[in-house]
Design a protein around this ligand. Sequence first.
Ligand code: SAH
Ligand code: SF4
Length: 396
Amino acid sequence: MANAIAPITQDVLTLPRKADQGARRNIVGLTREQLREALIEAGTPERQARMRVGQIWQWVYHWGVRDFAQMTNLAKVYRTQLAEQFEIALPEVVRREVSLDGTRKYLLRIAGGHEVEAVYIPEEGRGTLCVSSQVGCTLTCSFCHTGTQRLVRNLTAGEIVGQLMVARDDLGEWPEKGAPKNETRLISNMVLMGMGEPLYNFENVRDAMHVVMDGEGLTLSRRRITLSTSGVVPEIARTAEEIGCLLAVSFHATTDEVRDRLVPINKKWNIAALLEALREYPRLSNSERITFEYVMLKGVNDSDADARRLVKLIAGIPAKINLIPFNEWPGAPYERSDWERIEAFADIVHKAGYASPIRTPRGEDIMAACGQLKSATERGRKSRAQIAADAGLSQD
Ligand code: SAH
Ligand code: SF4
């Protein structure tokens, strides 16, 4: 294997628990309009509501304040009233692991005792937070660890936004009053590439992104957010129109026969249907290009013929091809392609005129790399045999 597994460094971070979750309405994740309605419902006079939204918004999303008592531009009685009816709650950090390469993985507990993971990946000149959109995933891509997790629930918009806020807490990235404006941001980019299929949780993902993209709070621009889908064709145009972020697609194969096996959603919307939706995306979202993700699986999808078919299929679509060396996980029915094979594949794609970066696996020592996320405590896991059977492989 090209990347030696580095030793683990680990530490535990405990945040105070919110004992009374559920009784009060969580502000985190409400869009401005939803917050306005909630405030009015809670007794805020209608003509003041917009202004109150602006004030609360700034405290919560710009300053990272969690306590209504600190919102000093609001009247004291109003603060008390707010505290009685609302809360500013984030997922609980159960564990934080730090890889030798600086990658940080957060295991988060959300309502119902479910667990999801978020991963922070520092890079030269930027930092990317990879967030989850669901607990587990209803899809069963045969090379993906998350796909073996049975338990699934959609995350709320608050739980999606909360992942970013938890990471900002951990990285100490909330601005300090009076301090000079810091232009370099530790979390400069966000990718919806954690657990789950974001387009199967469209409304919550959309609302969360509206909160994250808002210019007076967390302010990540839509060009710094990439949503990755396995190919939920009917939601692709909506993603362009209602979110407008960059799109990545888990392509992974160049024939329907192979893609059916790797990304079973292909049986519903095949390569031709997917490409048709993708052709429209850049125009609808006014974005430059689509990222095609392609996991390199030894002897499965990594031949020269595959590379040539790939560039033919995507001809005419402004694209970048992101080659992902397969990240192994216990019981995985595939192997990573050899390094020379990946480079030869990249070369063919590159010569056809497409950028073809090979994604360096990050945080492998803490199982934080693409497709390795799965809560270790999750019980209903599939057996090795079941995974192999789902992948259409016989087990020896
Ligand atoms: N559900 C979405 C987003 C999450 S997965 C999707 O499938 O697009 C993020 C990326 O990691 C996808 O391209 C996915 O196919 C890829 N991936 C999953 N398991 C992997 C593994 N074991 N090794 C490498 N990449 C993997
Ligand atoms: Fe779900 Fe994406 Fe994993 Fe497929 S690759 S099982 S869609 S998380």
